[in-house]
Unconditional design. Structure first.
Lengths: 189, 368
């Protein structure tokens, strides 16, 4: 199994750290992983994105043009990556700030109001974990226990008391993801 | 771990005595990691941020003269600044490791990845008759492993060794298996091993050791240059490294190193899915270069595509090796843009497989 994912949004939304946690989770279940961030000028006050690959085999290119799944968190990223989803792939997005909703008819589209849910919880920092929860509901590529192990690995020890809060956020995302378009015939791995 | 962090950790574990550097994107994590990790508490290794790249490379010269294991790292514009010092290191036959996490140029260029420093790395760069042994890591694992390997070569030949990486390998994270901690050499061990040439402090029972790249007598300098070139010949015999993937049955071969090798590997998978017999030759050392391997492959394949993040530098060495037996073409994006596997496949089809005549599958279907 190989899963090629792009996560894209604004700097500060936790895009890179979400990718890191996903990569560590894959590592916890003995998969090969790669995490390739955009580190360029866009990161310095604009959009940020990261390519994460989880695979049972050796990973060839860490840099890709098309993806199995796209997690899209702002309009600029929608403009850039909607077309980059493989036919039959998954597009998950947060409608907050989205003016042009996805129009593709050959992919599966899901929505998660991560920004609203995190705000209601009173802690915007859990936003990315809400999104991750929603993604894992749609594509259970890593087990929840491995995500928690991954969190332990990627967070410094002084933040380990926050892991239960992160788990809550993941559950919140899992419970609230909306299916906008889903065809059984599409390959969901 | 990020490639840069893996390299920094490997430096501590290789028992290195000192690191002198100056921060520059996309390489800054090396010195950042070392500063945070405080290796002086773990192994006694010194980490120092110099006031400039020039200072850093000259600190390397000084410390290397004493037989210590020393390293510096930078990215393209900083490498240009270090070239004077590197030429001096090569001339004085000093062991040292230099790392270039390359970015787009010329000039200040961009902070995005690039492989346009190939000429600088393998064709001298600095002045005078010298070469560097050049290792090109293509994964985070190799960023870690090549540090110790580079020091082995540097001390085997008493010559500076370059690790030529780029922003893509430096910034990405992958799984990495770190090697165990090697102890730093004690002063007694160092004197026993390097005492014949290094400036370890003159004792009354031996002559002075002199480290210099200056030979005003032309005969002496010629002798020195010939000695250097004898080492380079030995490197070509004993320490050439390369990897061949799916080359046994290949009709076409891509030649790529570092990050381009990774992307080309995916292009190769896509090509094989389409039924093309494509292989990949990955030079792991850029000097020495797998000349003979390319020369031999040219007898059984129809063409080569050199894939680099540049307008075509290594392609010249591929052509020299192949000696025009079959077509050799180049493909690569530059200026910090990274080519995608799909772009490489398209170039392979257009430039090599269909040998210049553009035949798209779509147009073929349409004509049917």
């Amino acid at each position: 199994m190989t899963e090629e994912i792009i996560i894209a949004g604004f700097g500060g939304q936790g895009v890179l750290s979400m990718g890191k946690i996903l990569a560590y989770s894959g590592m916890m279940q003995d998969q090969e992983v790669s995490w390739m961030p955009s580190y360029g000028p866009e990161m310095r006050g604009g959009t940020a994105n990261v390519t994460v690959i989880l695979s049972d085999n050796r990973i060839s290119s860490p840099y890709l043009k098309i993806f199995d799944s796209a997690i899209i968190l702002n309009q600029q990223s929608m403009d850039k990556f909607e077309e980059a989803v493989k036919p039959g792939g998954v597009l998950l997005y947060d409608p907050n700030g989205i003016t042009e909703h996805p129009k593709r008819t050959d992919i599966n589209i899901f929505q998660i109001e991560g920004n609203r849910l995190a705000t209601e919880k009173g802690n915007l920092k859990i936003f990315n974990m809400v999104i991750l929860g929603a993604f894992l509901k749609v594509k259970p590529i890593v087990k929840l226990e491995n995500v928690l192990e991954g969190l332990k690995k990627s967070l410094p020890e002084r933040y380990h008391h926050l892991i239960p809060l992160n788990k809550e956020a993941i559950d919140l995302g899992m419970a609230n993801v909306k299916t906008l378009k889903f065809e059984e015939v599409f390959n969901l791995n | 771990m990020k490639g840069n962090e893996a390299l920094a950790e490997a430096t501590i574990r290789a028992g290195v005595d000192a690191y002198f550097g100056y921060p520059i994107t996309p390489q800054s994590e090396v010195i950042e990691y070392l500063m945070i990790e405080q290796p002086e508490k773990r192994t006694g290794m010194i980490v120092l941020q110099a006031e400039s790249e020039l200072a850093a490379i000259n600190m390397v010269y000084g410390a290397a003269s004493t037989g210590k294991k020393v390293m510096t790292s930078s990215s393209s514009p900083g490498m240009s600044l270090k070239l004077e010092g590197i030429s001096y290191l090569a001339g004085a036959e000093l062991p040292a490791v230099i790392v270039n996490v390359a970015r787009g140029g010329p000039g200040l260029g961009t902070i995005q990845p690039s492989q346009a420093d190939y000429f600088q790395a393998v064709k001298g760069g600095g002045h005078g008759d010298y070469k560097l042994y050049v290792l090109a890591p293509a994964s985070v694992q190799e960023m870690s492993d090549f540090v110790e390997d580079a020091f082995e070569i540097a001390f085997k030949y008493h010559a500076p060794v370059l690790i030529l990486s780029d922003g893509l390998i430096g910034q990405m994270m992958e799984k990495v298996q770190l090697r165990p901690q090697k102890p730093r050499r004690t002063d007694a061990e160092l004197i026993a091993q390097e005492g014949t040439w290094a400036c370890t402090g003159k004792t009354s029972d031996r002559e002075r050791n002199i480290v210099t790249s200056l030979d005003l007598k032309s005969e002496k300098l010629e002798e020195r240059v010939h000695r250097l070139y004898a080492k380079y010949a030995q490197m070509e015999c004993e320490d050439l490294r390369y990897e061949m993937i799916n080359c046994e049955d290949a009709d076409y071969i891509m030649v790529a190193y570092g990050s381009s090798a990774r992307i080309s590997l995916k292009a190769m998978e896509l090509a094989r899915d389409k039924g093309y017999k494509v292989g990949l030759l990955r030079p792991i050392t850029l000097f020495p270069f797998p000349k003979k391997q390319l020369f031999d492959l040219a007898d059984r394949v129809k063409g080569f595509l050199s894939v680099e993040l540049s307008t075509g530098q290594m392609v010249e060495d591929v052509r020299l090796s192949v000696e025009f037996k079959v077509p050799v073409e180049h493909f690569g994006r530059t200026g910090g843009i990274i080519h995608t596997p799909e772009e490489i496949l398209e170039a392979l089809e257009q430039k090599i497989i269909h040998n210049g005549t553009v035949r798209h599958h779509k147009t073929r279907e349409q004509s049917i």
